[in-house]
Design a protein around this ligand. Structure first.
Ligand SMILES: Nc1nc2c(ncn2[C@@H]2O[C@H](COP(=O)(O)OP(=O)(O)OP(=O)(O)O)[C@@H](O)[C@H]2O)c(=O)[nH]1
Ligand SMILES: [Mg+2]
Length: 244
């Protein structure tokens, strides 16, 4: 367990995640209303292998890139596959997408030793300035991977219905604490006998007031509810007036 981070706990204002490499940057209690233009909004996208993280990143870029300056960092355990996929889909200019190859432990690269990710993020943001939104996709992993709040301001956790409706009930820090939970591939629910009502109820029980959205990227290529959520955050970041 790292000394400075407890992944089981939600982030509370003033809990001190402004150390090391991050010193001097505003924390997420300040940015929305206090310091527009200081740096881009950074959003982490995590979740189990194959749940649709890269497909969601592609959808968000397609939907937002005409009006929002976006860069993307993808974490893969042993490859640069996700970055290559996004470049092939041409959702952004190639120089706006950078892979980080994390090696054996993807948790480490987004939660504990975030230096490789932070370097990639800062280089992308500098090279493509002005950037308004930075998306960081985590390497595919199980339910426990979450991002350090020193790396991202907000995090989205993507699960899918293909494993049945038990995933929200099983919990874990991603399901419990992510700022937005996305339950993807609802088009597959009838095929695997997943009850979306059960998933909704269990997600609410785990998450309290934190939002959960259902999505099918096959039916909704624009990822509408997620794009709307991101748009509000970007607007708040760019202009305090946009936060209203
Ligand atoms: N049926 C269906 N398939 C989907 C949906 N979203 C994504 N997929 C498919 O699921 C597969 C995995 O999607 P990815 O976006 O690569 O998943 P990922 O979470 O990025 O995977 P890793 O990065 O390898 O962990 C792909 O074949 C997608 O086309 C969906 O809503 N419905
Ligand atoms: Mg991916």
């Amino acid at each position: 367990m790292p000394p400075d981070h407890n992944p089981g706990q939600p982030h509370h204002p003033g809990d001190g995640h402004t150390h090391g490499h991050h010193d001097g940057l505003p924390d997420d209690t300040m940015w929305a209303y206090g310091a527009p233009g200081t740096r881009p909004l950074r959003i982490g996208i995590g979740g189990p292998v194959g749940s649709g993280k890269t497909a969601l990143v592609a959808a968000l870029c397609r939907q937002l890139a005409a009006t929002v300056s976006i860069v993307v960092v993808t974490n893969d355990i042993f490859t640069t596959e996700d970055a290559e996929a996004l470049r092939r889909m041409a959702v952004l200019a190639d120089e706006r997408i950078t892979p980080v190859e994390t090696g054996a432990c993807p948790h480490t690269a987004i939660r504990d030793d975030i230096s490789a990710n932070l370097d990639a993020v800062e280089q992308l943001e500098a090279a493509n300035a002005p950037v308004e939104l930075t998306l960081v996709e985590s390497g595919g992993d199980n339910l426990t991977a979450i991002f350090s709040r020193a790396l991202v301001d907000r995090q989205i956790f993507v699960i899918d219905v293909a494993g049945g409706d038990k995933v929200p009930r099983k919990g874990g820090p991603g399901v419990t604490t992510a700022d937005l939970l996305v339950i993807n591939k609802t088009d597959l629910a009838p095929l695997v006998g997943a009850d979306l009502g059960v998933m909704d109820r269990d997600a609410s029980a785990r998450r309290g007031d934190l939002p959960t959205v259902f999505l099918s990227l096959v039916a909704d290529r624009a990822a509408t509810p997620v794009a709307d959520w991101v748009r509000v955050l970007v607007a708040a970041r760019i202009s305090p007036a946009g936060a209203a």
